[in-house]
Design a protein around this ligand. Structure first.
Ligand SMILES: [Zn+2]
Length: 192
C-alpha cells in the first residue's frame, strides 16, 4: 500500500513554541526512519538560498520566494517536508500542499495564525482548514503580565504599539529584535 500522506499544521502567535513542537515531531519521524527537509518562505526575493532556522534544531532550510511556493515541489525529496513561515506564502501554497500530500509526503506547516492587528493571517487559516492534524501550542507568556499569550503585539522602536498602517511583513521578522512581543488578550493593544 502506498504511504499515505498527511498535512500537519502548527499555528499560534510568536514565541508560542511552534518550532519546538515541530522539532519534536521531526525527531519522532527520524526515529521511525523518515528523513526531513526544510523550507522557509521569504519575502525578500533572494530565493534558493540556504538559511538556518533557530528552534528547529539549527537545521538548514531552503528559502522559497513567497510568490512561487510551487518551487517546493522540485526540492521535496524527503519523506517529511517542513515549511516555516507558512503565512508569508500566497494562496498557491494550498495546491502545493495538496500535491505533496497526494505524493504521500508528511507535510508540516508552521505559521502565525493571526497578524499583529489580530486579524487572520492568510493563508494560515486555509492551511489549518485542510490539515489532517492541527496543533496550537500555548507556551508564549505575555510580556506585560506573564499570563498565557495568544496575541502578537507589534511595537515601534520607542516601545509604543505600531499603528494600523504598519507593514504586516518586515524582512527581519521575529529575528529583527524586540519589535514584536507576545501578549494576552487584556494587555494586547489593537493598532490605531
Ligand atoms: Zn498580559
Amino acid at each position: 500500500m502506498k504511504n499515505q500522506g498527511k498535512l500537519i499544521a502548527i499555528a499560534g502567535c510568536m514565541f508560542s513554541g511552534k518550532n519546538r513542537l515541530a522539532h519534536n515531531l521531526v525527531q519522532n519521524f527520524k526515529e521511525q526512519g523518515l528523513t526531513s527537509c526544510f523550507f522557509k518562505a521569504s519575502c525578500d526575493q533572494r530565493g534558493g538560498k540556504n538559511i538556518i532556522i533557530r528552534g528547529l534544531g539549527q537545521v538548514s532550510a531552503t528559502i522559497i520566494d513567497d510568490r512561487n511556493p510551487e518551487q517546493i515541489l522540485s526540492h521535496a525529496q524527503n519523506e517529511v517536508i517542513v515549511i516555516d513561515e507558512g503565512q508569508f506564502f500566497n494562496q498557491k501554497i494550498i495546491g502545493v500542499l495538496e500535491e505533496l500530500r497526494k505524493r504521500g509526503k508528511i507535510v508540516v506547516v508552521i505559521g502565525l495564525d493571526t497578524n499583529f492587528k489580530g486579524e487572520p493571517f492568510h493563508p494560515m487559516p486555509e492551511i489549518i482548514a485542510i490539515a489532517d492534524e492541527r496543533f496550537f501550542p500555548q507556551m508564549a507568556r505575555c510580556a506585560v503580565c506573564g499570563q498565557v499569550a495568544s496575541r502578537t503585539q507589534k511595537l515601534n522602536l520607542d516601545g509604543t504599539p505600531a499603528g494600523h498602517n504598519s507593514p504586516l511583513i518586515d524582512s527581519g521578522g521575529e529575528h529583527s529584535g524586540d519589535r514584536y512581543e507576545p501578549r494576552c488578550r487584556s494587555c494586547y493593544q489593537p493598532p490605531q
